[in-house]
Design a binder for this molecule. Structure first.
Ligand code: ADP
Ligand code: MG
Length: 491
């Protein structure tokens, strides 16, 4: 409660500083072929109501049968969150009426979830800090269908394709203190889910969405009353919703008012949150154990087996990249953010200088891909091609400057870097005779500069530039420097 507060995270109000407190409930669609309690397909984008079994439509007499794959994915996610795995958990009915919920209840886990407490380590780019966000729980539940109100002037439609699809609800403790931290947390969580292959993290399709709980308090004081912003479906909007909501609450409190606990919606068009329902209107879900489902039980050996086959996760990969390749925490963090870029890096770095490989990927390749709006998986320059470019520099065949031209050629035209260097005469001139000849000509043409350089050795740079120009940038920089110093009599 009295942990030191970073003043940069505080919001200045008219009456003093305020601290934001955020906790999130993330809904992540489980990657599986079939739904949580039926064999219907989870494929996205089918014709309305084409992926609906009798169970999903809640026909009388239908019974749910749990999909083992969804259970496996929830356990694997729990392991990835370094969380307690509960060998026994139960399913409950959460009762409410809505046209897109044919059962009249959602099957969820209430009192005893499949996964308990865990944690996520988060690097926050804006502050350079690393924070630990504690996970409260992860439970399995069904998704609802979708109401469509804008296809007909007087009627609404219901599409049940999503009905019954498995979701993992991942609940954090109220450990986040700024919009930056909240965005970084969701980004990191999504990275972990993608590494595990348990959720594709596609927020545009609604496969990952967040309920964002926001309150404000005076630094060090008790938590304030929170408002919950429902179903925010982009990382940018999560940040915007928090900033707006915190300022709204501060304005009310500074005006002598109190915060009412309520559910709100974020409107990205207006950049504001709006009340959806107050605490009084909150649903009474009348939770009770689902009589159609036995408790979910498995043994520790099953969990251990899943743990053994977990892929290397981003935190471990980052630590390994730092230890094995000498990368900075920042560079390692950037590379492991996506599994594809981490794999690309390792392919380039194998048997080469890791730092050089990281530099080329982060500074040149990422920049160039960004410009084209391309993903690393669609990179026109392969790991083998980039490796060859780095080798050519290492062997002294081309200079670093020419290497950038070569990279651009490979990026736009493709081809074998070695052949391109050969064919287009891009080789560095290491033949000292040829360099000397070029230097001699420049010295002869610029006697005044030669005099100045003797008094002011920094003018050497001017001669380097002239010789590079004369040799089309191909003079070996080291050889050139030595020759120039000798000829100009500079030590
Ligand atoms: P409920 O069961 O009513 O949804 P929980 O206690 O499970 O409430 O909390 C739901 C989410 O709200 C969690 O992510 C939690 O971290 C967050 N939360 C709880 N209290 C606060 C608070 N005062 N300010 C911000 N977030 C909070
Ligand atoms: Mg909740």
């Amino acid at each position: 409660m009295n942990a030191p507060v970073n003043p940069k995270k505080l919001i200045k109000g008219a009456t003093g500083d305020w601290e934001i407190v955020i906790g999130m409930e993330i809904h992540a669609q489980v990657t599986s072929q079939a739904k949580l309690f039926s064999g219907a397909s989870t494929a996205f984008g089918g014709d309305p109501n084409s992926h609906v079994s009798l169970v999903d439509a809640a026909m009388p007499g239908m019974l749910p049968v749990i999909n083992e794959e969804c259970v496996r994915q929830a356990i694997r996610t729990g392991l990835g969150l370094k969380a307690q795995i509960n060998l026994r958990s139960t399913f409950d009915r959460k009762n409410y009426f809505y046209p897109d919920l044919p059962q009249g209840y959602q099957i969820s886990q209430y009192k005893s979830p499949i996964v308990g407490e865990g944690e996520v380590i988060v690097d926050v780019p804006e502050t350079g800090e690393t924070i630990t966000v504690r996970i409260e729980r992860l439970h399995l539940e069904q998704d609802a269908g979708k109401s469509i109100h804008d296809l007909h002037p007087t009627m609404s439609f219901v599409d049940l394709n999503r009905s019954g699809v498995a979701l993992m609800e991942i609940v954090s403790k109220p450990d986040l203190r700024s919009a930056d931290e909240a965005r970084a947390y969701v980004t990191k969580l999504r990275t972990i889910l993608r590494y595990l292959g348990t959720c594709d993290g596609d927020m545009e399709k609604g496969n990952l969405r967040a309920d964002v709980n926001v309150s404000v308090r005076r630094p060090g004081e008790e938590f304030g009353t929170r408002c919950e912003i429902k179903n925010v479906n982009s990382i940018r909007f999560i940040g915007q919703a928090i900033e707006y909501e915190a300022r709204r609450q501060i304005a009310i409190l500074e005006d002598g008012g109190t915060i009412e606990q309520e559910t709100r919606l974020y409107d990205p068009g207006k950049g504001e949150t709006r009340s959806m329902r107050s605490k009084e209107e909150a649903h009474d879900y009348r939770y009770f154990p689902d009589p159609d489902l036995l408790p979910l039980e498995f043994d520790q050996a099953y969990v251990d087996e899943l743990a053994r086959h977990l892929p290397e996760l981003p935190d471990e990969k980052k630590a390994r990249f730092m230890a094995d390749y000498g990368l900075t925490p920042y560079d390692a963090g950037v590379l492991v953010a996506e599994r594809a870029s981490a794999d690309f890096f390792e392919e380039v770095a194998k048997g080469r200088d890791g730092k050089a490989a990281a530099n080329w990927i982060i500074n040149e390749l990422f920049g160039r891909l960004n410009k084209e709006g391309k993903d690393i998986s669609a990179s026109p320059v392969s790991a083998a091609q980039l490796g060859a470019i780095i080798d050519l520099i290492g062997e002294g065949v081309i200079s670093g400057k020419i290497a950038k031209d070569l990279f651009e050629i490979v990026f736009t035209e493709g081809g074998d870097p070695r052949e391109i260097v050969e064919k287009r005469g891009m080789k560095q001139v290491t033949d000292t005779g040829a360099i000397e000849k070029a230097v001699d000509e420049i010295i002869a043409a610029n006697p005044d500069k030669v005099e100045q350089a003797k008094a002011k050795p920094t003018l050497l740079g001017w001669f380097v530039g002239q010789t590079m120009k004369a040799t089309g940038g191909k003079a070996n920089p080291q050889a050139l420097n030595e020759i120039l110093k000798k000829k100009l009599g500079i030590e």
